[in-house]
Write a protein that binds this ligand. Structure first.
Ligand code: ATP
Ligand code: MG
Length: 262
């Protein structure tokens, strides 16, 4: 699933239906174990207050970002997890550089923050729709690598995940949104315009992920057609990142040894 740094990603070679030989029922049980382990690590991360984890989630419309967040992070203590959803920049945001609004919502020490879309929209939608020139987007890959390097150097671990859903599966999910009155509010007519630009988005994703997958802030392409595979895959990646941080409970205060509360 990793996009190896300094290689060219080809999404054609990444199967959105991949199951890694996992069994669906076993995967559901394993996900529950993952939840428990992530919960333990999150408590330690919060207690230690030295590091933070930033999870960047990128995918096309209706391709599972919200569902993944609910599945992987929904059972954690909400005090330690933030979810930030990035929409098109408005008002004051447009008066600043494209990274300005993202830096303000990076995780504090001890926190996990999930970005539902991110600064990558500035080299994805903005590139595809011509909102920023190609030259400008090309420069942005470097800004992004350096911005992420800054965060990593200062104690944030970063992992970036692209949910890879097929063109046909997106059709089904968009249609479901239209047909289900409780989901319809999520559909925008503009989603169909983006869908028409699918090949351009694929190219923009390939470029962006190839240019910005680094040792310290890697990209993973997770197969997204089967939700149970996607959820377990993302949970495993997140747990792996937390284990790499290896947060520890703070040492005991010697003054507490044998202390009795009366
Ligand atoms: P879903 O995937 O479930 O449809 P969503 O993330 O698309 O959810 P919406 O409120 O439908 O949520 O749309 C957010 C929109 O904001 C997307 O169309 C995205 O392309 C757009 N957006 C985010 N950042 C930027 C940006 N920097 N420039 C232009 N558009 C942006
Ligand atoms: Mg949308």
């Amino acid at each position: 699933m990793l996009v190896k740094p300094n290689t060219q990603l080809s999404l054609k070679r990444r199967d959105p239906d991949e199951t890694f030989g996992w069994d669906k029922e076993a995967a559901k049980s394993e996900l529950l174990v993952m939840h428990e382990r992530i919960d333990v690590m999150q408590r330690r991360l919060a207690a230690e207050r030295q590091h933070s984890l930033l999870v960047v989630l990128q995918a096309m419309d209706a391709c599972g970002k919200d569902g993944t967040i609910r599945s992987v992070f929904g059972a954690l203590n909400p005090a330690g997890v933030k979810v930030v959803s990035f929409k098109a920049p408005v008002g004051h945001e447009l008066e600043h550089d494209y990274l300005w609004r993202t830096h303000a919502v990076t995780p504090a020490r001890g926190e996990i923050t999930v970005w539902n879309r991110s600064h990558y929209e500035s080299v994805l939608v903005e590139r595809v729709k011509g909102l920023a020139t190609v030259e400008r987007c090309d420069r942005r890959y470097r800004h992004i690598r350096e911005f992420e390097r800054l965060l990593v150097d200062e104690g944030t671990r970063i992992v970036k995940i692209n949910l890879n859903v097929s063109f046909e599966e997106q059709r089904v999910r968009l249609q479901d949104r239209i047909d289900d009155p409780t989901e319809r509010w999520k559909f925008r007519l503009g989603d169909l315009d983006d869908r028409k630009l699918w090949p351009d988005y694929r190219k923009a994703y390939e470029l962006a992920l190839s240019q910005t997958s680094t040792e310290s802030a890697p990209w993973f392409v997770v197969p997204g057609n089967k939700k149970w595979v996607r959820n377990l895959a993302v949970a495993k990646i997140v747990l792996g990142e937390l284990e790499a941080i290896a947060p520890k409970l703070p040492p005991d205060d010697p003054a507490l040894a044998g202390l009795q509360v009366v």
